[in-house]
Design a protein. Structure first.
Length: 75
C-alpha cells in the first residue's frame, strides 16, 4: 500500500508543479503581449512623425524637379 500512495503523491506534486509553471508562463505571455502592443504604438507614432516631417521636403523636391527640368531621359 506504500508504493501506490507514494506514486499518487508524486503524481499530485508533478501536476502542481506543472500548474505553477503554467501560471508563470501565462503571466509572462501577458507581459510580452503588453510590450509588443506598446512597441507597435511607438512605431506607429514614429511613422506618423516621419510622414509629417517628410511632406514639406517632398513638396520642395517636386518644385525643384519642375524648375530644373525633370529626369535626364527627357533631355
Amino acid at each position: 500500500m506504500f508504493w501506490p500512495m507514494t506514486q499518487l503523491v508524486l503524481a499530485f506534486c508533478g501536476v502542481a508543479v506543472l500548474g505553477v509553471l503554467a501560471v508563470r508562463v501565462g503571466i509572462e505571455v501577458r507581459r510580452f503581449a503588453r510590450a509588443v502592443g506598446e512597441g507597435a504604438e511607438r512605431i506607429g507614432a514614429a511613422a506618423d512623425r516621419l510622414e509629417r516631417s517628410a511632406r514639406p521636403l517632398a513638396a520642395r523636391g517636386g518644385s525643384v524637379r519642375r524648375t530644373y527640368g525633370g529626369n535626364s531621359a527627357e533631355e
